[in-house]
Design a protein around this ligand. Structure first.
Ligand SMILES: *Cc1c(COP(=O)(O)O)cnc(C)c1O
Length: 461
């Protein structure tokens, strides 16, 4: 085993515990246990400081679409760093990476999308969305159209606006969120909340909650509806087939903007450039990040339809922007990333090759005694862990079983993430067939080990 770290694991753990506060973590219990130290990445694998090789079933955090360790990106970044490491785009200036990336995005975007506003992250993209959607209506002489309708258990980031648009209860409970003017409706989570309805009926019901909310709030007060094509952090919630067509119908018949949050679903994840295209819907605004640079450097943005862009032009000054909007080095990384996605036909690969290949194997996990439902679209998938089947009953204990399963998975050499008792994956789009086989075999082994633990504790049945 070759170790790539300069110091032993204990050294990093001690300093990490002493000085580093981790996102979305219980600091005390993490520090007692010690964080796993990741030291290297290559292709679909990461390596830890003890020399373990782990299949990265989450592509980092849904972002590393082209796989880890690509020299093309390192070279593009190095070149840009030496040429122009930073300049802003605020005061009548621009630079080649910003221009080239904006044009490259227009080229891959759906028809009617020709402009982009750059940010440093997906959260900032959603902050931008909130201001842009309201500014759009204000410019059209309808300043009262301010409310953004979003969904429970949605994830739109961790800034104040992002977390407010998101529907994560534990996030709202801290820091006095959500801000006013955001209204949350039901999510299209059939397995968890469908009750006795068929998936098709439930999909229609969940979509019509939007119509109901518009009527209750008043169409003259609603600016927009925002939704992830497939909810990611909420547990890879793939809506029933009836959902998006009905949402689309409602948005077209009402005077509101439709925003598809493409931070996860964009850049090939669903076998299309953007998630909206997979579901055949036509949004007005699309926040992007993650797969935009495959996570190599932080960059996000909002893809703006001509319809909205023309109004924002009428606004005059749009008083919004970030120091790192269109950061040249991040833009260079994103450009090199888009080049790889195009040249290696990763979008088509997910749609026609690795997507169907992994799905066929992943769906076989449905037979496992611990599994209540298996889902996969493109290269995102979920496993619902249940104490008895067939039933939608859940385990007691708020995600304790999911956490057990997650820990087994890591030890077995596969990153799966637990959302409550839902196990989720979102592997790199460069995943090989052999790696897909390994992923499913490791997931199966992990389920067996989790089941054995649960039986020993008398928690099954
Ligand atoms: C991750 C994510 C965000 C937030 O992006 P950050 O870069 O973490 O700020 C927003 N929307 C969705 C759908 C995401 O998955």
């Amino acid at each position: 085993m070759t170790l790539h770290n300069k110091y032993p694991t204990a050294h990093y753990r001690a300093l990490d515990a002493a000085h580093h506060i981790h996102p979305f973590s219980d600091t005390r219990s993490l520090n007692a246990q010690g964080a796993r130290v990741i030291v290297r990445g290559e292709g679909s694998f990461i390596y830890d400081s003890d020399g373990n090789k782990i299949l990265d079933g989450m592509a980092g955090l849904w972002c590393c679409n082209i796989g880890h360790g690509r020299h093309e990106i390192a070279e593009a970044v190095n070149k840009q760093m030496l040429e122009l490491e930073y300049y802003n785009t605020f005061f009548k200036t621009t630079h080649p990476p910003a221009v080239e990336l904006a044009a490259a995005l227009a080229e891959v975007s759906p028809e009617g999308f020709n402009r982009v506003f750059f940010t440093g992250s997906g959260s900032e993209a959603n902050d931008t969305i909130l201001r842009m959607a309201r500014t759009y209506w204000a410019t059209l002489g309808k300043p009262d159209k301010k409310v953004i309708i979003a969904r429970k258990n949605a994830y739109h980031g961790s800034t104040v606006a992002g977390a407010s648009l998101g529907g994560m209860k534990p996030m709202h409970e801290q820091g006095g969120l959500p801000i006013p003017g955001v209204h949350h409706i039901a999510q299209p989570y059939w397995f968890g909340e469908g009750g006795d309805m068929s998936p098709a009926d439930f999909g229609l019901w969940a979509a019509r909650e939007l119509e109901k909310a518009i009527d209750e709030i008043g169409e003259d007060k609603v600016a927009a509806f925002i939704a992830e094509p497939i909810q990611g952090a909420g547990g890879v919630i793939i809506p029933p087939e009836t959902y998006w067509p009905e949402i689309s119908r409602i948005c077209k018949s009402r005077e509101i903007l439709l925003i598809t949050d493409e931070v996860i679903c964009g850049f090939g994840r669903l076998g299309s450039w953007f998630g909206c295209q997979h579901f055949g819907v036509e949004p007005d605004l699309m926040p992007i990040a993650k797969g935009l640079s495959s996570g190599y450097l932080p960059i996000g943005g909002v893809l703006v339809s001509d319809k909205v862009a023309h109004v924002i032009e009428e606004t005059g000054d749009f008083n919004h922007g970030f120091t790192y909007s269109a950061h040249p080095v991040c833009a260079a990384a994103a450009l090199a990333n888009l080049k790889i996605i195009k040249e290696e036909k990763l979008v088509e690969r997910v749609r026609d090759d690795i997507g169907p290949y992994l799905k066929a194997r992943w769906m076989q996990l449905a037979d496992h005694p611990l599994i209540g439902e298996v889902r996969m679209t493109g290269l995102v998938g979920a496993l619902e862990l249940v104490p008895a089947k067939p039933s939608h009953r859940r385990f007691e204990g708020d995600g304790k079983v999911g956490m057990m399963c997650r820990d087994h998975s890591f030890k077995n050499g596969l990153v799966m993430r637990a959302v409550g008792d839902t196990m989720i994956i979102s592997p790199p789009l460069v995943l090989s067939h052999e790696e897909a086989d390994l992923l499913v075999a490791t997931a199966a082994k992990t389920l067996d080990m989790t089941l054995a633990d649960l039986k020993a504790e008398g928690l099954m049945g």
